[in-house]
Structures are given as structure tokens and as C-alpha cells.
Design a protein around this ligand. Structure first.
Ligand code: PLP
Length: 303
């Protein structure tokens, strides 16, 4: 079946969209993107886009920082996404990928260029993590810092840093990497934020520690505070705190909420998924299809 995409203000068949091999987006990574999920509810026969507006607000913030001018508001991009999902007639959980980029094929890698483009494509996505729990290792690659290639802009070029860390972790037999900042503090995974549970507190690196401020991260913090009454602490985290934490887990749109049961060949807690992670996961999956009325505003019905 033909896949439809949004490109430059139109819904088109994917096969009709061509981007030059000389494009700055391809040659220099001059672009930024988002990753959004829409959850399928089989019983209600309904698809719910998760925190759609927040994702497009973040995309527009990224575009602003990178000088990519996109002529749409967050509300308009939400509307186009709903039209696109309907056009593809998805009846399964999907991943939505908007990409804003510099399309021109001039050789010079400058953002001072008015060929701004945006596209959105979607694809079915189930359990991306592929595992119930992760064994992770601290990477020898450091996370890029805000003064080099700002991770908060979700720039396409930044994912080479993520990919190098993932490669190293996988080649060394681990499931995932944990990147430290240039200063040596815990930052995040290649595509997900990180949380620690210590003495009843939920601890996570602060935005000043070069993280992408994840929308799932925010959802986890809301649930932990509102539903579990946990104190949330955003602060710099030292590497060896990962070893002494009672729990460690990742959060992200693709990764959802996934426990880390081992870091650098040391068991986290007793080496099994912890209670806080279990509760957060239950609460998280209880709200992605709009069934928890308190959080129904996070979910936009597609059909
Ligand atoms: C580097 C990085 N950190 C964290 C996240 C998690 O962010 P979110 O929960 O908004 O998907 C992502 C995924 O987008 C990411 O790529």
C-alpha cells in the first residue's frame, strides 16, 4: 500500500518526493527533527497522538535556534499530522517523524540560506526497545555540549554522536550506552533520558547538563510527583551514582519507559526492574490511549 507523507504544504505519495543528493540536509546535517508516537486503542478502534502540540512546539524552538524558518504554527502542524495519519489509515501504533531542514544544494554549509523545507512521514512502531530491561555501559564518547552542537535542538547532525555511542555499546555486548557530559556528569542515552531512584527520590540530570528535554521525561516527572508522591530532583549526577542507585531507567518516545538493570557490569539494585519503574510504566501505558481522564489532554484522537 502506498505511504503518504507531508511535504512542503501538501500530502503526497512518498515515492513522489525527491530530495537532491546535494542537499545541505544530507551533506551537512543542516536540519532538525521530532519523534512522536500515536497509540492505537484496539478496543476503541481509535488512534491517539501523544502530546502532539508539545512536540511541535519543541520542533519550532529547534528551528528557531537553527535558523530554519517554517511557515506553520504548532497548531497547523498538529492539524497536518492528523490529516496525514488519516490519509495513511493507520490502525496500529505509529511513529511520526517531522524533519525541518535546509534543502538547497549550494556547497557552502551555512544556515544563512532561505531554502527551508519540512516533511513528515510515519511508520508503524511497536516495542522499539525490543527488550524488557537493558544492560548499559558508560560510553567513551562524550555527549556533545550546548556550546558545540546543542542537543536540545534535536539536530540531525547530533545523532552521529548518538550513533557512535550506540555502536560502541552494541559492539561491546551491551544493550545501550549512557553518555556523560564533557564535564563528566551523567547526561542521557543516545535517544532517551535517564532517571535514578535513590532513597525515595527520583533524580534526573538537569537541562543545564546538555540533555534533550524529553517529553516522556516530563510525563514521567508529572506521574511520579502527582501519582506516586515522589520528590523529583533535577541536578548533576556523578557516574558512580549510577552504581549506588536503587533503580535506573530510561525514558523516550521510541524507548518509552525501560529499566536499566546493569550499568558497567554492576547490578542496579538487585538486578531486576524496580518498583518505581514498574509503577511509572503502568501509569504511562494507562494514559497513552486517553483512558486516564486526568491526562486525556495529552492524547489527541485521530479519527
Ligand atoms: C538524545 C535524546 N534524548 C532524549 C530523548 C527523549 O525525548 P522524548 O521523550 O521527547 O522522546 C530523545 C528522543 O527524542 C533523544 O533523541
Amino acid at each position: 500500500m502506498e505511504s503518504y507523507v507531508f511535504y512542503q504544504g501538501e500530502i503526497l505519495e512518498e515515492s513522489k518526493v525527491n530530495i537532491s543528493i546535494r542537499s545541505k540536509a544530507f551533506n551537512y546535517g543542516l536540519g532538525c527533527f521530532e519523534g512522536i508516537r500515536a497509540y492505537w486503542d484496539e478496543e476503541a478502534q481509535q488512534l491517539y497522538a501523544f502530546r502532539l502540540k508539545e512536540h511541535y512546539q519543541r520542533l519550532l524552538e529547534s528551528c528557531k535556534a537553527l535558523y530554519i524558518q517554517i511557515p506553520y504554527t504548532a497548531e497547523e502542524l498538529c492539524e497536518w499530522t492528523l490529516v496525514l495519519l488519516r490519509k495513511n489509515n493507520f490502525k496500529t501504533t505509529v511513529y511520526i517523524r517531522p524533519v525541518a531542514f535546509k534543502g538547497s544544494d549550494h556547497l557552502f554549509p551555512t544556515l544563512y540560506d532561505d531554502d527551508n523545507r519540512i516533511l513528515i512521514y510515519c511508520q508503524p512502531m511497536g516495542n522499539f526497545a525490543g527488550k524488557e530491561a537493558f544492560r548499559a555501559a558508560v560510553s567513551t564518547w562524550r555527549r556533545i555540549s550546548d556550546t558545540m552542537l546543542p542537543p536540545r535542538t534535536k539536530a540531525t547532525a547530533a545523532y552521529l554522536n548518538s550513533a557512535l555511542a550506540s555502536l560502541e555499546a552494541l559492539q561491546n555486548g551491551y544493550d545501550e550506552a549512557i553518555l556523560l557530559t564533557d564535564q563528566g556528569y551523567v547526561c542521557e542515552g543516545p535517544g532517551e533520558n535517564i532517571f535514578l531512584v535513590k532513597n525515595g527520590k527520583l533524580i534526573t540530570p538537569s537541562p543545564a547538563d546538555h540533555i534533550l528535554e524529553g517529553i516522556t521525561r516530563n510525563t514521567v516527572m508529572v506521574l511520579a510527583k502527582e501519582e506516586l508522591g515522589l520528590e523529583i530532583v533535577e541536578r548533576s549526577v556523578a557516574r558512580t551514582e549510577l552504581y549506588s542507585a536503587q533503580e535506573v531507567f530510561f525514558s523516550g518516545t521510541a524507548m518509552e519507559v525501560t529499566p536499566v538493570i546493569e550499568v558497567d557490569n554492576r547490578k542496579v539494585g538487585n538486578g531486576e526492574q524496580g518498583e518505581v519503574c514498574r509503577e511509572i510504566k503502568k501509569l504511562f501505558f494507562g494514559l497513552t490511549t486517553g483512558r486516564n481522564l486526568k491526562y486525556a489532554h495529552f492524547c489527541t484522537p485521530v479519527y
